[in-house]
Design a protein. Structure first.
Lengths: 135, 98
C-alpha cells in the first residue's frame, strides 16, 4: 500500500506570509496539529503545534517571564515553520512513512510531486485508522 | 503525581492555551515561568485501565484527539502512559498487512 492511498487530500494550508495567530486560528478551528505551508501550490514548510510551543518558549525570557506576549502580532508563519520538513512522494510504501514517523518523531508528513506541489498529507491519525481497520 | 496517585497531565495543548491568546477568545489566565504545573495541567484527564482492549484505546485516540493517556489502577495509581507513538510502534511490529 502506498501513502497516496491513505493520505488526506482535503487540506487546510497557510501562506508563509500569514501571521502566526491567523494560522493558529486555523489549527484550533480545524482541530489539527500540522499545517502545510504553501506558496503558489508548492510546499515551502510545515507548521506544527510543537514548532509554536518551542518558538513561544524560546522568546519567553525576553518578556520578563510573562509568556502572554511571547508571540507578537508581527510574527509570521515563515518565522516559526520548519522550512525543510520531512516529506515524501505518493508512491512511497506506507511502512516507510510509518518508519519515518517513529524514527524522526514527526506526526505528519506532507506528500508532494517531484516539483514539490503539495498533493496531500499523511499523519499518525491515518496510521491509527489503518490499525483500527485491521483489529 | 502525589503519593503515586495521578493528579493530572500536562500537555502541549495546555501550555499553548495558556501562553498564546487566540483571536476572539479571552482565554484562561496566562502562564508565567514560575507558575506551578498544577495551575496549567489538565486535572481530570482521560485515564485508562491496563485491561482496556486495543480497539477501544484506538477509538479514544481517534475520537477524543488525545495524544497520550495515563494508565492507572482501580486505585488511580499511575502504572504507565500509552501514546499514539506506542501504537505506531505496535503497528510496525505486527504482521498485519498494510
Amino acid at each position: 500500500m502506498t501513502v497516496s492511498e491513505v493520505m488526506v487530500t482535503d487540506l487546510v494550508t497557510v501562506s508563509p506570509d500569514s501571521d502566526l495567530k491567523e494560522a493558529m486560528d486555523h489549527m484550533n478551528s480545524a482541530h489539527i496539529r500540522h499545517l502545510p505551508v504553501v506558496r503558489a501550490g508548492r510546499l515551502v514548510g510545515i507548521l506544527s503545534d510543537r514548532d509554536i510551543r518551542l518558538f513561544g518558549m524560546s522568546v519567553a525570557g525576553a518578556e520578563d517571564g510573562d509568556l502572554r506576549f511571547s508571540i507578537g502580532n508581527d510574527v509570521m508563519v515563515r518565522d516559526v515553520m520548519q522550512s525543510e520538513p520531512v516529506l515524501m512522494e505518493g508512491d512511497v510504501d506506507v511502512r516507510e512513512a510509518l518508519d519515518m514517523m517513529i524514527e524522526d518523531r514527526v506526526g505528519a508528513i506532507p506528500v508532494v510531486d517531484p516539483d514539490d506541489h503539495l498533493l496531500g498529507i499523511v499523519s499518525y491519525v491515518d496510521m491509527l485508522k489503518l490499525l483500527q481497520a485491521r483489529l | 503525581m502525589e503519593d503515586g496517585i495521578l493528579k493530572g497531565i500536562l500537555t502541549e495543548r495546555d501550555i499553548r492555551l495558556h501562553t498564546i491568546p487566540v483571536k476572539g477568545e479571552s482565554g484562561p489566565e496566562f502562564l508565567r515561568l514560575e507558575d506551578p504545573v498544577a495551575d496549567v495541567m489538565t486535572d481530570a484527564p482521560i485515564v485508562v485501565s491496563p485491561e482496556l482492549p486495543l480497539n477501544q484505546l484506538l477509538d479514544l485516540f481517534l475520537e477524543d484527539k488525545v495524544g497520550a493517556v495515563p494508565v492507572v489502577s482501580e486505585e488511580r495509581e499511575l502504572l504507565g502512559i500509552v501514546s499514539t507513538l506506542d501504537l505506531l510502534v505496535f503497528l510496525r511490529s505486527t504482521e498485519v498487512a498494510i
